[in-house]
Design a protein around this ligand. Structure first.
Ligand code: B3K
Ligand code: ZN
Length: 871
């Protein structure tokens, strides 16, 4: 497999003005007829270059016609990936008939079947599995799609745009034609055919146009549609208010499918969703699930402007649409719920998973410079770090100038395929602010480290911050230029009040642009305590030698909600790192009182939002502790975290019990911010209490499990009981839950994950046993993620068992899956790619499995990941 480089980009030599597609859907085979109105691109410098259409090996070419005349095999050349035709006129019509077999397509890319329904996934390069085409995002065309299928099995026939015509045939087949007036690249094409029910709604845009909203689901899911539709309407209103963006077609459709490689897809006017990211009701969906769905529905909807109306020139620019759209959906969620809680969740993900990616063998810039398989670059770096980069632009420009910039961007580039540089340029042009150095965030990989020290001169009433930045080497480059980092800073006085930093400002943005800089604050009456990187103003690792007392103080007083939480995290991390090394040295573990004191304050402070209390109580995750470790010791991390949790539970029993009782509501389920917050605190408290292994607490959990009227409470209780040492009770709860929910595949997935993430020593055996049951299906990515993904990715202590069986298990699964679904196989590999972070024994075991995978025949997807990991 060969790498593709950004520097080799050339404009397409041909354009496609019109694309007319005709699908004859069948059980044995599907015929795809295309009629492409093409011309040479006047902007191309490739002269009379041949036309090279993308086309997967699986396409069976039945007929090819140029301007109505048949072409014979000597008129074109075919290889594994393309079809080449030379000596073409400047304008022509190319017609092509291909035969494909969607029912055999387990890659879930291109046209495939899920539970008897036909559906498509074309991003990034799936359209070439449907027909021969210029399958690149800078070739934008107007599409008309006709779908013909048996009416009985496929009463619903959908594609992009507006339905314009339909009819019946004599043979029991019917057809429907769709017209999409907006030019789009092939990756936004979609087709769905199946026995689907629909729920209708509508939205009136700010200019008074009525848009029909339609959610299509399998009949058994009709009671799970309300939340997605309500989220969609909120998204549409939000994008009008915050970005001035109105929806453009008369109809917006969402389809839920069970077999899907990722969360959802923003196809023009016809979003296709993984059923797990759209279907919800209180009995089957947790609060986190509801919030996730709202965010994803928003994300896909927002793509209509940031992605579809303005799209990417090439796939190196992926973050142009993804980073920006994640930023948009995060702000949407922040506006719909608690801003601080949303920020805490996003930063937690970034600091654990994205920072780990940035420090691993697959590290790449937000705008990668090369790839072997683009599917491997739908990463936390492109999405989450990309969103942080857009957030920093927002910080540097301020809300008003940022809005001017986005307006200019959408206006200037509507209908175009552009680059991240075009985005920055629009921001610069609209605001007049220089983002020259800032652009390095797009081209340099790695997580910058920012080290801060300070001194205070009482006589001069002067406070100074010394700041140094550096960025560790990553595979693509050893030396990094300094980044432009907006560092948001506040200074607290002895009472914990913010100092005025000029003009009544209590938070100031310091512009770090050099490797070393000094910032001076004048007129400071006493030694202040700095609150640094407020709101996590840049995706960096911040170092400042805070003492435990200072952190406890910040936890109680910082006016920045994010930093209050982060002070608690720092305090806990410091203590736990000490305990991890105590454990490794065989010393007795003793928990320092500072954490107990801090948590006592948190639990006693009735003025705090319960959601915030729940977040403050959550100890740093094992994944975060691993990311911070020099050499990761999964066992020590797990045991120490459990120890700290138990010690805290012992010391705070009374307060935790109060928090549990006070926030628990039996019956009267509600889904609003207040109720969600209370449930989160209730379940956080129960999770601490369960570590005490007391029968009376077990009874509480069992009662909650049995009486719950919502999945949040039921699943929280199940997972605590299932991960406990109460043997018969855990088996009973697991089997009752399965009995109750076996008909609901999404809930069964949750049940699988609970077992896969159990820290008990028998969990690998359990996972294997579950895989052997008929309910498991290697061709269903949700099942694979729920069981194999959860075990390997979220159960560090068992995946990293000393005997290496976890690694062998993952390698076995990847080898089997790579033949069926390369995208899922290569995703699953992530935990093995981090082998360099472990002790030498584990390194050898992990490496051996990577080498075993490498020895077989591999997809491009897995080849890229494994070869880069071993390099
Ligand atoms: N754009 C899609 C992701 C497609 C992934 C293809 N391997 C979903 C999203 O980010 O909205
Ligand atoms: Zn997206």
């Amino acid at each position: 497999p060969r790498a593709i480089h950004l520097k080799d980009y050339r404009v397409p030599p041909f354009l496609i003005d019109r694309t007319e597609l005709h699908f004859e859907l069948g059980e044995k085979a599907t015929l795809v007829k295309s009629r492409l109105s093409m011309r040479r691109n006047p902007d191309s410098d490739e002269g009379d270059a041949a036309l090279q259409l993308h086309g997967d090996t699986s396409l069976v070419l039945r007929r090819l016609q140029l301007d109505g005349k048949d072409l014979s095999v000597s008129d074109y050349q075919r290889d594994d990936e393309s079809l080449t035709i030379a000596q073409l006129p400047d304008n022509f019509v190319l017609e092509c008939v291909t035969l494909i077999k969607p029912q055999e397509n387990t890659s879930l890319e291109g046209l495939y079947k899920s539970n008897g329904m036909f559906c498509t996934q074309c991003e990034a390069e799936g359209f070439r599995k449907i027909t021969f085409y210029l399958d690149r995002p800078d070739v934008m065309s107007v599409f008309t799609t006709t779908i013909v299928a048996n009416r009985q099995d496929y009463p619903v026939l959908l594609s992009n745009g507006n339905p314009v015509e339909q009819g019946e045939q004599e043979d029991g087949r019917h057809w429907c034609r769709w017209d999409d007036p907006f030019k789009k690249p092939a990756y936004l094409f979609a087709l769905v055919a199946g026995k689907l029910e629909q729920v209708d709604d509508s939205f009136t845009t700010q200019s008074g146009r009525e848009v029909a909203l339609r959610l299509f689901v399998e009949p058994q899911n009709l009671d799970k549609c309300d939340h997605a539709l309500a989220s969609l309407k909120r998204s549409m209103a939000w994008d009008e208010q915050v970005y001035g963006r109105e929806y453009d077609l008369d109809i917006f459709m969402i389809v839920a499918v069970d077999h899907f490689n990722m969360g959802a897809m923003e196809n023009k006017g016809l979003n296709i969703f993984n059923s797990s990211c759209v279907l919800a009701n209180p009995a089957t969906t947790t609060d986190a699930g509801f919030q996730r769905i709202e965010g994803i529905v928003g994300h896909e909807y927002f793509h209509n402007w940031s992605g579809n109306r303005v799209t990417c020139r090439d796939w190196f620019q992926l973050s142009l649409k993804e980073g920006f759209t994640v930023f948009r959906d995060a702000e949407f969620s922040a506006d719909m719920g608690s801003r601080t809680v949303k920020r805490i969740e996003d930063v937690s993900l970034l600091r654990t998973a994205q920072f780990a990616e940035d420090a691993g063998p697959m590290a790449h810039p937000v705008r990668p410079a090369s790839y072997i398989e683009i599917s491997n670059f739908y990463t936390l770096t492109v999405y989450e770090k990309g969103a942080e980069v857009v957030r920093m632009i927002h910080t540097l420009l301020g809300a008003e100038q940022f809005r001017k910039g986005s307006d200019l961007y959408f206006e200037r580039h509507d209908g175009q395929a552009v680059t991240t540089d075009d985005f920055i340029q629009a921001m610069e042009d609209a605001s007049g602010i220089d983002l020259g150095q800032f652009r390095r965030w797009y081209s340099q990989a790695g997580t910058p480290v920012v080290e801060v020290s300070d001194d205070y001169d009482a006589e001069q009433r002067r406070y100074r911050l010394k700041v140094r930045q550096h960025c560790p080497a990553t595979p693509e480059s050893d030396s990094k230029q300094p980044f432009h980092i907006p560092l948001a800073v506040g200074l607290l006085d002895e009472q914990g009040n913010d100092l005025d930093l000029g003009d009544g400002q209590t938070t100031k943005i310091l512009h770090l642009t050099e490797a070393e800089q000094e910032f001076v604050f004048e007129g400071i009456d006493s030694q202040p305590l700095p609150s640094l990187l407020r709101g996590f103003s840049a995706p960096v690792k911040l170092r400042y030698p805070y003492s435990a007392e200072q952190l406890v103080f910040l936890m109680a007083h910082d006016s920045d909600g994010f930093n209050r939480w982060d002070a608690g995290q720092r305090l806990a991390v410091d203590l736990m790192q000490g305990l991890i090394s105590d454990y490794q040295q065989g010393r007795e573990l003793v928990l320092d009182r500072s954490l107990v004191e801090a948590y006592t304050k948190v639990l006693s402070d009735r003025s705090l939002d319960p959601a915030m209390v729940a977040k403050l109580l959550l100890l740093p995750s094992e994944a975060y502790l691993a990311e911070l470790a020099e050499v990761i010791d999964p066992e020590a991390i797990h045991l120490v975290r459990e120890f700290v949790k138990r010690e805290l539970a012992q010391a705070l029993q009374g307060l935790l019990m109060d928090a549990y009782r006070h926030n628990r509501s039996e019956g009267d389920y509600q889904l609003n911010a207040d109720a969600i917050a209370r449930r989160s605190l209730q379940n956080a408290a129960l999770s601490y209490l369960m570590t005490l292994e007391q029968p009376r607490i077990l009874v509480l959990a069992q009662h909650q499990f049995a009486s719950a009227d919502n999945m949040t409470d039921q699943l929280a209780a199940l997972s605590l009981i299932a991960h406990s040492g109460f043997e018969s009770e855990r088996q009973q709860a697991l089997s009752e839950f399965y009995q109750q929910w076996q008909q609901d595949p999404l809930v069964v997935n949750q049940w699988l994950s609970v077992q896969a993430t159990s820290p008990r020593d028998d969990s690998l055996t359990q996972v294997k046993a579950l895989m052997a049951q008929p309910l498991f299906d290697l061709t269903n990515p949700n099942r694979v993620r729920a069981l194999i993904g959860a075990f390997c990715g979220q159960n560090a202590v068992q995946f990293h068992r000393a005997d290496g069986e976890g690694y062998r298990f993952l390698a076995d699964q990847v080898i089997a899956l790579d033949k069926l679904n390369p995208q899922i196989a290569s995703r699953l590999l992530t935990p093995l790619t981090r082998w360099k972070r472990y002790d030498s024994r584990r390194q050898a075991l992990m490496r051996a499995q990577l080498e075993r995978i490498m020895a077989g025949e591999l997809s491009k997807d897995s080849y890229e990941i494994v070869s880069k990991s071993l390099a």
